[in-house]
Write a protein that binds this ligand. Structure first.
Ligand SMILES: O=P(O)(O)OC[C@H]1O[C@H](OP(=O)(O)OP(=O)(O)O)[C@H](O)[C@@H]1O
Ligand SMILES: Nc1ncnc2[nH]cnc12
Length: 184
């Protein structure tokens, strides 16, 4: 790992706030609101997330509610692509595809609009964090159901102990993460 890379990682780790026992006892919540509120760290994170994907014909960035919207909107702007919201159930007004999923501390359902991606379009998926990978796996399935070509799934934070990266890689998805917290 180069010293430049480790500086970026250190900066991002320092910008994240760790909240023990939220939302449930035993979970250390990795809170990126402090990173988003730090102009330098926010720009660094978005620059790092987008840099492999400039100029390769990406059509859409798909962001997972809620924090994936913030990162994904900035990435889409920087890459000059469209943005696709993947939302918790019941929030999107037009025809949707829906899927149930489980995550580190519960179960839920997510949706996207059926016309949000065209078959064959190159899409980057983004969220703030991958833990068990249940959320991102469901998003991958929705996008593929609509014919998206998923170039990569990107996250600021990996919790490698929870196996999410392996889950996505088993689906043939390239995974890119900026920092990881071992032992979560
Ligand atoms: O890899 P997983 O185990 O699926 O967990 C990761 C998901 O958990 C968090 O969102 P959360 O479900 O807490 O929803 P929120 O964005 O509405 O707070 C995070 O932003 C990811 O979307
Ligand atoms: N530990 C954690 N911190 C923040 N978001 C999460 N989503 C799932 N696990 C999480």
């Amino acid at each position: 790992m180069s010293s430049l890379k480790s500086t970026v990682e250190e900066e991002l780790i320092a910008a994240i706030r760790n909240i023990p026992d939220y939302p449930k006892p035993g979970i250390v919540f990795r809170d990126i609101t402090t990173l988003l509120g730090n102009p330098r760290a926010f720009r660094r994170a978005v620059d790092e997330l987008v840099h492999p994907y400039a100029g390769i014909g990406v059509a859409k960035v798909a962001g997972i509610e809620a924090r994936g919207f913030i990162l994904g909107g900035a990435m889409a702007h920087q890459l000059s692509t469209g943005f696709v919201p993947i939302r918790k159930k019941g929030k999107l007004p037009h025809e949707t595809v829906r899927i149930a999923y489980s995550l580190e501390y519960g179960v839920d359902e997510m949706e996207m609009h059926k016309d949000a991606v065209k078959p064959g379009e190159k899409v980057i998926l983004v969220d703030d964090l991958i833990a068990t990978g249940g959320t991102a796996e469901a998003a991958v399935k929705l996008l593929r159901q609509m014919g998206a070509d998923i170039v990569a799934a990107c996250f600021v934070i990996d919790l490698p102990g929870l196996g999410g990266r392996r889950k996505l890689e088993a689906l043939g998805v390239e995974v890119r993460t900026l920092i990881s917290f071992e032992g979560d």
